[in-house]
Structures are given as structure tokens and as C-alpha cells.
Design a protein around this ligand. Structure first.
Ligand SMILES: [Zn+2]
Length: 312
């Protein structure tokens, strides 16, 4: 287990079927993993441009950007006018060609009307819930899979909104879980798999998020990390070719290796909601390299200073 680059023993000794890696090792793909941009006003637009320029200005330039959600500041509590402004500002950046392709998934803050009284929604609006974000992000399906660079890529949506109580929890709905099971099953065993989802399926940093010792026990909210993480981890562990799971949401960066699967939570472009670092983690993104033998490298990059934290 790596917490912000610090190593501690966990889970790596749990046996699972051996992964029959393809012979040879060549890098097949390099991308930048952005998460939690939380685009609001002009300051955030400037800073996201700075992050993009930083990533695309790398000597070894990433071939694309993968955005793991929370693209806008907060649609969960925004009225229609404020929500529209956030999407306008988002499109002022991503509505045009930035030089590399960008792929998006949904985050909890991209869902409009979770707090219906604050948003002034009824639930009957055509853009209610996840629809507005899917339209803006040009996502046909909130979860999907495809092949690229020899890897199977799986994008997931782990946010279940509770519109009645103005909250949400991190887990996969039954339909998506079944789809994930069959997608894993139908992927050839020699093909490495990368999964991208917003809330971490498993994170060590989640235990240090906020005051978790009030009762004397660690307590991790259902909105913070997947409440079905144990079940999902068991499923993933059955497939030796599931090598990497990327997430954001926490605004913290860590890596957990558990039951043969590496989970990397890659911080936030906005850091502490556009107010510097969050709990010691500066605004940043990760550079991710995928290799033909199923291995990967994941390096967190603080884009404001150019400082590099230990890779995870
Ligand atoms: Zn989030």
C-alpha cells in the first residue's frame, strides 16, 4: 500500500491466478489523468488551461487526457443559471480542440438537482440528474468499454444519487455490476484491463479524509469510497488481467495494491477547491504509461510548481 508515496505492507501477498503477460515490454500509451477540475468562474478556467498546458508541454507528451469527473464546480446544489454558467466555462475550454483527445466520465458534482430545494428542480426537467452532464460531456453511455493500445478500457459510473435526501452514495447499480461482470468475463485473459471511475473503489487516503476519529474508530462515508468496494474487489481479483483502477474524488493521491489490483487515486486539478493544496496535496494530475506486458507507471504531477511527488 502506498500512501502519498509512503510504502506499507498490505494485500500484495494475496494469491490470485497468475497473469499470462504478453511477451516483451513496450510502452503502448501515455495519457494524462485529470480529475476534479470543478470548473466554476474565470480563475478556474485560467488554472485548468495552466494544467492542460503543463501536461501537453511535457517533453514526453501524453497522447490524450482522461477526465475522471467532477468537471464542474457543483451541479448538486446549483440553480439552473449557475449550472449553465459552469458548463459554459467548461465548454470555453473543452468545447474546442485542445490538441489531444479528451474523454470524460461522470462525477457526483456533475449531477444536477441532487439537492432539489437548493437547485430549484422538480425532477421533471429534461436536463435533470445525469442527463445535463452527459449532453455536455458528449457521453452516450454512462459506463462503457473499448479496446485501445492493446488494453481493455472500462469507464464506470459509481455515483447513486439520493434525490429525496439530497445526498449520494458511491457504488455500482445492479445493471452496471452485471455489465462489468460480463465485460470482464468476455475480455481475453491475456489482454490487460484498466478501469476508470470517479469515487475510489478502494483507497487508504479515504481514512484520513476529514475528522475520522470522532468516535474513536475510523469511519469512511458512503459518499467517499465505494460502499460495495469489498464485493467489487472480490470480483476484480478473479481476473488476473485487471491491473489498474484510476479514480479521483478525494482530492488526495494514493495507491493501494489489494488482491493483485492496483488502485491509484490521482488528486484534483482544483486542489483545495481552487484554494491551494488540500491536506498537503497540491493541485495536480497524473501521467500514466501503459505497457504491452500489462504493467503501468502512474506519476502524480503538481502542475503549479512543477514539483513531482513520488510516483504511485
Ligand atoms: Zn467527487
Amino acid at each position: 500500500m502506498l500512501i502519498g508515496g509512503l510504502a506499507a505492507a498490505a494485500g500484495a501477498c494475496v494469491p490470485r491466478p497468475a497473469y499470462a503477460a504478453p511477451l516483451g515490454k513496450t510502452r503502448t500509451f501515455r495519457f494524462a489523468h485529470f480529475s476534479d477540475m470543478h470548473i466554476a468562474g474565470r480563475h478556474s478556467v485560467r488554472k485548468v488551461h495552466e494544467a492542460i498546458n503543463h501536461a501537453l508541454g511535457q517533453k514526453d507528451k501524453p497522447q490524450m487526457i482522461v477526465n475522471s469527473g467532477d468537471s464542474v464546480f457543483d451541479l448538486m446544489e446549483a440553480c439552473e443559471r449557475r449550472a449553465a454558467k459552469q458548463w459554459r466555462n467548461f465548454q470555453s475550454i473543452f468545447g474546442q480542440n485542445i490538441g489531444v483527445p479528451v474523454e470524460h466520465i461522470l462525477g457526483n458534482h456533475d449531477i444536477w438537482g441532487v439537492n432539489q430545494s437548493k437547485c430549484g428542480t422538480t425532477g421533471n426537467e429534461s436536463k435533470f440528474g445525469k442527463q445535463w452532464a452527459m449532453d455536455e460531456l458528449q457521453i452516450d453511455k454512462r459506463y462503457r468499454a473499448f479496446d485501445r493500445a492493446g488494453w481493455k478500457w472500462i469507464y464506470l459510473d459509481g455515483t447513486i444519487p439520493d434525490y429525496e435526501n439530497g445526498s449520494y452514495e458511491a457504488r455500482f447499480d445492479a445493471e452496471q455490476y452485471e455489465w462489468l461482470e460480463s465485460t470482464l468475463k468476455s475480455t481475453p485473459s491475456h489482454q490487460p484491463i484498466i478501469i476508470v471511475t470517479h469515487e475510489p473503489i478502494l483507497s487508504a487516503a479515504a481514512f484520513f479524509h476529514g475528522d475520522t476519529t470522532a468516535t474513536g474508530d475510523f469511519k469512511v462515508a458512503r459518499s467517499l469510497m465505494h460502499i460495495d468496494g469489498k464485493e467489487v474487489s472480490k470480483l476484480l481479483s478473479q481476473y488476473p488481467n485487471v491491473n489498474l483502477v484510476l479514480s479521483g474524488h478525494l482530492h488526495l493521491s494514493d495507491r493501494v495494491d489489494y488482491m493483485g489490483v492496483s488502485h491509484c487515486c490521482n488528486g484534483a486539478i482544483c486542489g483545495n477547491w481552487w484554494n491551494g493544496s488540500f491536506a498537503g496535496f497540491p493541485p495536480g494530475y497524473a501521467l500514466v504509461d501503459l505497457y504491452s506486458d500489462g504493467s503501468f507507471e502512474n506519476t502524480f504531477v503538481a502542475y503549479e510548481s512543477g514539483e513531482k511527488l513520488p510516483g504511485c
